[in-house]
Write a protein that binds this ligand. Structure first.
Ligand code: GLV
Ligand code: GLV
Length: 321
């Protein structure tokens, strides 16, 4: 069986694949270009892909009809046309569950960093502007007893709610497609309309997937409904936030600050004004970046790939919406 793995991944998964497949791994730190992706995948029975690889009809045409499985090294799969894969009988896998806590920790870290002016503080120290203790400087927002609004109450949203409710005594509001009685019970949480969440939350954390309904969900009108003291956290997908509108909101003080682990595009354009905003803390998409999470992602991605190659059900298969 011939397999292309589009980037180096932890040995925990790669060794399992190498043991049984004719496997080529893209060796560079940067992703293969479109042409390189198509060329290396051509003739493969399976491909282990990353979020930066676009997997669509053109890709499938190019790779050939022997392709059985695409295993994405991520829980999200907005890089893959799953409906098209389904039509062609190609199984698509993802890595759910194993990065929930790691990502929730990054969301809480960003919330704290943005609320308490870490970016301005770190810049101040790094650029040797730290001359004295400033009674009027670096004044942020309190966390205890405030209200967190969670947009998309899935596994990661619930893990964030747990941390903030039990750790900081926050009230929890959320939006979700369906009622979540167990969440309401555990965190004394309330499912509300999006507009209510915006108006009543001190912190808003995004945990929904990117789809046509959530694309640019946060824009000028959304920010205008949020409190001027509020903090927006995004660890989901950059495309859910209109980056230009966010810049305007941060500059005008429409909201207090933002913490982003995801941007659109990634990396942010070199001249993006968000890069230099003191009240915008930005990380390079490191939500799943712990030893245990990345090893587990590699293991699941390998298991999905091998199951697909053997014509067996994938342990974690995704279905078209
Ligand atoms: C990361 O963004 C993932 O979807 O795993
Ligand atoms: C994603 O929703 C996860 O918790 O794996």
């Amino acid at each position: 069986m011939k397999v292309f793995v589009t980037r180096q991944i932890p040995a925990a998964g790669l060794d399992r694949i190498r043991n049984v497949c004719d496997c080529e791994v893209w060796p560079d730190r940067l992703p293969p270009s479109r042409d390189q992706l198509l060329e290396k995948s051509a003739g493969c029975d399976g491909v282990l892909s990353l979020l930066s690889d676009r997997i669509d009809a053109e890709f499938f045409d190019h790779v050939g009809p022997q392709l059985k499985v695409v295993s994405n090294f991520a829980v999200g799969y907005n890089n893959i046309d799953v409906a098209e894969a389904d039509r062609r009988g190609i199984a698509v896998g993802n890595t759910p569950g194993v990065l929930t806590d790691a990502t929730a920790d990054i969301a809480v870290g960003l919330l704290l960093a943005a609320a308490r002016c870490f970016r301005e503080g770190i810049d101040n120290v790094t650029h040797e502007q730290w001359k004295t203790w400033e009674p009027m400087g670096f004044i942020g927002q309190d966390l205890v007893g405030k209200t967190i609004g969670i947009v998309g109450m899935g596994r990661i949203g619930a893990a964030v709610a747990r941390r903030l409710h039990f750790g900081w005594g926050m009230s929890v509001l959320y939006t979700a497609r369906s009622e979540k009685p167990e969440i309401d019970d555990q965190f004394n949480a309330r499912r509300v309309e999006f507009s209510t969440l915006l108006a009543e939350s001190d912190f808003v954390s995004i945990h929904t997937d990117l789809n046509p309904q959530t694309e640019k969900l946060f824009g000028d009108e959304t920010f205008a409904q949020m409190k001027p003291t509020s903090v927006l956290v995004n660890t989901a997908r950059g495309g859910i936030v209109d980056q230009q509108a966010l810049h305007r909101a941060l500059q005008a003080g429409t909201i207090f600050a933002a913490g982003l682990d995801v941007t659109e595009p990634e990396p942010l354009a070199a001249d993006s004004p968000l890069r230099s905003m003191g009240n915008c803390v930005i990380l390079p998409h490191i939500g799943s970046g712990t030893v245990a999470s990345r090893d587990a992602m590699a293991t699941i991605a390998a298991d999905n790939l091998l199951a697909g190659l053997n014509g067996q059900p994938l342990p974690h298969r995704v279905a078209a919406n």
